[in-house]
Design a protein around this ligand. Structure first.
Ligand code: BYC
Ligand code: FE
Ligand code: FE
Length: 471
């Protein structure tokens, strides 16, 4: 189904037929635009940006490219096509028809899931809002803005569900999305990783590699939902998410590549002397971003997560491909436990271990890009390996919250941890150094010294295309 762009709010949900809902969303829209202008990408209102906009949700139609001023971007409501006779695939309602309306008894749980998901979307834009001022190239600047408009659209996706299915409290929650802000002392965002600073571009690439990947896994689990409108929203969001992950993976890879070039060219490991980002510093950034993202999956054991699953609200990654009964009443899953000074994997109820189950998938997937980065280092003939830190490193949620582990998994006491944490996490000096590298490069086809050019441009355009016009 194609998307109606004649309307104030582009959509493929027949909004015009539901006047009340349409009016409610049109009332929310100006607040959203105010938020975009006040809390969205700073100082960008007049830029023309080469953006991708969805014109329909099928495979061919959703990637339409052209220069757009961001406040004029057509944020809309797009659900993936509905599946005929879709069933609930897991939990106690397995086999029942998927719900088109919120089941009354699960209203509170569904609302909480949708609000938590929605809250992260504008949060990420707020966290990254200053980065446009220090872009390493026009190509990267355009990618940053593409991510931003799509995170804005993801907020629309969740706000639509709240307005369409949760009545008055849904509308209040939709207001709340524009009232909480990343890092705000009084009204912070719900999940901690969305209150951290993202002040430099290495952080941005790490964010889109690690944190957007949490998005991918959470959205995939919600795409399994028995609540069909949520499932269809998340399915379409996932198609957009792929680009965010691409930006992260190739971004880090290009930094790694440039670092290797500088090391070889100048025959030194100390690339800070020549304006590069040294591999140990890249490792510290990985340690930080991966560990705060592991926290995003919640506690290893959670009755909330068990309930979400049994109720049919949130499934596992690729639920229908799992080879079991999809009810899991008597099934087990391995979760970590600290015994003495080592970590043991012990059996727990699979239902209670849902968060851990999703985190395990995430961990596997996180390794894949690392392998590609390491190949770049190896191909350059350099003896160094980037690694994911141990699951207990720098954790604040769940089993590991009360312990301290080194990146390679040795238990430390509090004093040792405080003394040595700067060896593993970026410290003030590291951030200050990276900050000195950040300066706007805005000539088409030029790149900052610390990052390699990409292999190709966006949508078959050349790398030196004018992806952003400043006017
Ligand atoms: N100490 O907090 P709970 C994205 C217990 S990113 C000890 O309820 P839950 C994006 C607590 O009592 C994706 N225990 O977490 C990315 C409870 O135990 P019981 C965002 C503590 O609900 C980049 C248990 O721990 N989407 O889209 O299991 C850019 C569980 O705690 C403590 C989502 O996250 C403590 N301090 O899971 C843009 C999806 N604290 O009583 C966008 C929606 C708590 O239950 N969210 N406990 O046994 C969810 O699915 C869930 O909210 C979470 C948390 C997975 C996040
Ligand atoms: Fe998103
Ligand atoms: Fe994203």
């Amino acid at each position: 189904m194609s998307i109606d762009y004649q309307q104030k709010i582009p959509n493929n949900v027949n909004l015009a037929e539901d006047r009340r809902l349409q009016r409610a969303l049109e009332k929310w829209q100006p607040g959203y635009l105010d938020w975009w202008k006040g809390m969205g990408p700073a100082g960008t209102q007049d830029f023309d940006v080469y953006l991708r906009t969805a014109v329909s949700v099928d495979a061919k139609g959703w990637a339409h490219f052209g220069h757009v001023k961001m406040p004029d971007y057509r944020w809309g409501i797009f659900l993936a096509p509905s599946e005929e006779d879709r069933r609930i695939n897991f939990g106690i309602h397995k086999g029942d028809k998927a719900w088109q309306d919120v089941p009354g008894e699960y209203r509170a749980e569904l609302r909480r899931l949708i609000v938590t998901q929605g809250d992260t979307e504008p949060a990420s834009v707020e966290q990254q809002r200053e980065l446009g001022k220090t872009c390493p190239s026009l190509y990267d600047l355009r990618n940053l803005f593409q991510v931003h408009v799509e995170e804005g659209r993801h907020l629309w996706a969740m706000v639509y569900l709240l307005h369409a299915h949760f009545g008055r409290d849904g509308r209040e929650e939709a207001e709340g999305m524009l009232e909480r802000h990343a890092g705000d002392a009084d009204k912070p965002r719900i999940l901690q990783a969305f209150n951290e600073k993202t002040n430099d571009w290495l952080s941005f690439y790490m964010f889109t590699y690690f944190q957007d990947r949490d998005g991918k896994y959470q959205l995939a689990a919600l795409a399994e939902s028995g609540f069909d409108p949520l499932s269809r929203s998340c399915k379409f969001m996932l198609t957009e998410e792929a680009h965010h992950l691409f930006v992260g993976e190739t971004g880090v890879q290009r930094v790694v590549q440039r670092t290797c070039e500088l090391m070889r060219e100048h025959r030194t490991e100390d690339v800070r002397k020549v304006g590069g980002i040294d591999l140990p510093l890249i490792q510290k950034y990985i340690n930080f971003h991966y560990s705060i993202c592991l926290d995003l999956f919640g506690s290893e054991l959670s009755t909330n997560a068990a309930n979400y699953y049994s109720m049919g609200l949130k499934g596992r990654f690729l639920e229908t491909r799992q080879n079991d009964d999809h009810v899991l009443k008597d099934s087990a899953f391995l979760v970590p436990e600290v015994v003495g000074d080592t970590v043991h994997m012990v059996e727990a109820s699979a239902l209670n271990a849902m968060n851990e189950c999703l985190r395990a998938e995430y961990a596997k997937d996180s390794q894949r890009g690392m392998d590609r980065w390491n190949k770049v280092i190896r191909d350059a003939g350099i003896d160094f390996q980037l690694t994911l830190p141990h699951m207990g490193f720098n954790r604040s949620i769940g089993t590991f919250a009360e312990y301290h582990f080194t990146p390679d998994g040795k238990l430390l006491n509090e004093t040792e941890w405080m003394r040595r944490r700067d060896e593993w996490l970026p410290n003030e000096e590291d951030y200050a150094y990276v900050a000195t590298l950040m300066g706007a490069v805005t000539e088409p086809g030029k790149f900052a010294n610390w990052i390699a050019a990409p292999a190709r441009g966006i949508n078959n355009q050349p790398v030196d295309f004018e992806y952003v016009r400043f006017n």
